[in-house]
Design a protein. Structure first.
Length: 269
């Protein structure tokens, strides 16, 4: 089972990129972020034509998350997080696909920090961590996938000294991510590729893509029940070089059948 996360940076404006990637990569599940589309403008007909069913939580011009599934329609379990009735941002959705519960998230950026946006990021992170703990308590196989807007370690960023004061790399955010992992989640990409410099995002500015001046901020966390099913994890970094590309590249994991022994397998070029 191949599960991917992809911040599309505008699902309608970059629909051709999404369709090409789906056709080439053929993920079983694709979690999308930054739809920047109202619910009624979500391109469901094109996605159905590509062979996928979808559930989505849109927002005009901002945010927005979706879960696409190739086998059958994902069964939506939740949209939004508890704990703040006034939070109107479309940043979280859950659905069950083929026996795995998928949580798709777009964690706030938080810049400039310190400030109100950073405070909102930390509050949102707390609410998300509470939901993650609830999911672990169920004992179900769960994958949390999305744009976390967190650079976990210095290994995950080009020239970390330049990011010390950024909301993606501040100690409070890295600690929150560490506390999340301490609940029992496994960072799948890092688990299969320890010590390797891997990026998922390259800014549009300062020729970042050509210089490979990237960040790893798109993550897939897996629950203990399925960590031993991990057989591969990678980034489709070539997508970042396509015309009209998002500033993120799709990141994915592959789960073997239950009971299958974990095998580290490389797909990177």
């Amino acid at each position: 089972m191949k599960i991917a996360t992809f911040n599309v940076n505008g699902v309608n404006g970059r629909l051709s990129v999404l369709m090409r990637w789906l056709a080439e990569a053929k993920p079983d599940v694709a979690c999308l972020q930054e739809l920047k589309s109202a619910d009624e403008k979500f391109p469901e007909p094109a996605i159905r034509e590509a062979g996928y069913h979808a559930v989505w939580h849109g927002q005009k011009g901002w945010n927005g998350v979706a879960i696409l599934a190739r086998s059958k329609a994902p069964m939506e379990a939740r949209r939004g997080l508890a704990g703040d009735a006034g939070d109107a941002h479309s940043r979280y959705i859950e659905a069950a696909v083929e026996g795995v519960l998928i949580g798709c998230l777009y964690l706030p950026n938080g810049n400039p920090a310190p400030g109100p946006k950073f405070d909102y990021k930390l509050r949102w992170f707390d609410r998300f961590a509470a939901r993650a703990a609830e999911l672990l308590a169920t004992g179900l196989p769960v994958v949390l996938a999305g744009d976390f807007n967190v650079i976990p370690t210095e290994l995950d960023v080009y020239k970390p000294e330049r990011w010390v004061d950024d909301a993606l790399f501040r100690p409070e955010v890295r600690q929150a991510f560490g506390d999340l992992l301490a609940q029992g989640w496994t960072d799948a990409v890092r688990a299969l590729h320890p010590g390797e410099r891997i990026y998922t995002f390259w800014d549009y500015f300062r020729n970042a893509w050509a210089r490979n001046a990237g960040l790893r901020i798109d993550h897939l966390l897996v629950s203990p029940l399925i960590v031993d099913r991990l057989v591969a994890a990678d980034v489709d970094r070539q997508v970042r070089g396509w015309e009209k590309a998002s500033d993120h590249a799709p990141t994915w994991i592959e789960l073997g059948d239950p009971g299958r022994r974990r095998v580290q397998r490389r797909a990177r070029q």
